[in-house]
Design a protein around this ligand. Structure first.
Ligand code: SF4
Length: 326
């Protein structure tokens, strides 16, 4: 999936965790490009590998995690062979920032918000404390939080305020790329809508490229230019947000789309039967085959590659042609 103005390019990324039951294949050979100014939505069920993909790109895996990749290029710089120290000073937070899942809980309850901004910056760059606090105050204002909250402890803030603080913190060193991992999941629908709107404003204000991770395809439809659909550690479909909704090719994407309730149509809510596979012992062939309504013998033996179709649309299904709109 090449992009003429790619700002983040990932080739053949694999992440495996060692577990007492054997290796768990969490991310399997993922390649993609993120264009400059683009927001790519990453959608899939819990456990499909979305967060692990983000942590693999940033090399922030837990100790039992191992990664390999042909290349990971951040703003033209290949980070695969970079030392941990160089990655920390030259890439993490300065070029590529990450807002973690459950980020409201990522703030340390024992430290004031301002101190946590200072600590974050000190881990990646040499900047005077007063300068950090001044900039943090400006960012808080931009995300709709009173700069006086720099003096507050996290437990004095609401869930929505904490999420806004985390977005501001991700932007403190002016990265060009931000990965937001389920940033609206723990919030009520009104705050969720406010955070999405805020992110849209920040994205154009700061000229950001971003990856927006969510298990909720309707949230992704609100925010993304392009969508990658993950299933069992692999990208099974990638296309513009309108194609993913209007002309999904992969049966898993079709199931995700059908599972979105539509209050205007009086149709029962449908769901994808079964559960995601055990990634220590994944099924052979197409990993979606035990749940797929269109499964054939070939699907149980051969893993379909991600192939291009008209309109910059990619899908991994042996029978993709059936659903390709000409
Ligand atoms: Fe379904 Fe077969 Fe396509 Fe997999 S390859 S999604 S099992 S039709």
């Amino acid at each position: 999936m090449p992009s003429a103005t790619s700002i983040l390019s990932v080739r053949d990324l694999h992440v495996t965790f060692s577990t007492p039951r054997g290796p768990l294949y969490a991310v399997q050979g993922i390649s993609f490009d993120l264009g400059e100014g683009e927001t790519m939505g990453l959608v899939g069920e819990s456990g499909s590998g979305k967060s692990t993909l983000a942590l693999g790109i940033l090399r922030l895996l837990p100790l039992n995690g191992k990664w390999t990749a042909k290349s990971i290029s951040v703003m033209g710089q290949d980070v695969v062979s970079m030392s941990e120290r160089d990655l920390n000073s030259a890439v993490r937070w300065t070029k590529l920032a990450y807002v973690p899942q459950a980020s409201q809980n990522a703030l340390d309850p024992l430290y004031r918000v301002g101190d946590q901004f200072v600590e974050t910056v000190a881990a990646h760059a040499k900047v005077e404390r007063e300068d950090v606090l001044k900039k943090a105050g400006t960012l808080l204002e931009q995300v709709g939080v009173d700069p006086a909250k720099l003096q507050s402890y996290p437990w004095e803030l609401s869930g929505g305020q904490k999420q806004r603080v985390m977005i501001a913190m991700a932007l403190i060193l002016e990265p060009k790329i931000v990965i937001l991992d389920e940033p609206t999941t723990a919030l009520d629908t009104i705050i969720q809508a406010q955070i999405l709107e805020l992110f849209k404003q920040m994205r154009s204000f700061q000229k950001l490229s971003s990856i927006f991770i969510s298990h909720d395809i309707s949230v992704i439809s609100n925010i993304a230019d392009r969508v990658g659909v993950m299933y069992a550690g692999s990208l099974v479909e990638m296309a513009s947000v309108s194609d993913i909704f209007k002309n999904p090719i992969h049966p898993y994407t079709q199931g995700l789309r059908e599972s979105v309730p539509d209050v205007r149509k009086n149709k029962p809510i449908s769901f994808i039967p079964g559960t995601p596979p055990d990634m220590v012992n994944p099924p052979p062939g197409c990993r979606f085959h035990p749940r797929c309504p269109y499964v054939q013998e070939v699907c149980k033996k051969s893993d379909p590659p991600l192939l291009p179709y008209p309109g910059d649309h990619y899908a991994a299904c042996h029978f993709a042609e059936r659903w390709v709109k000409q």
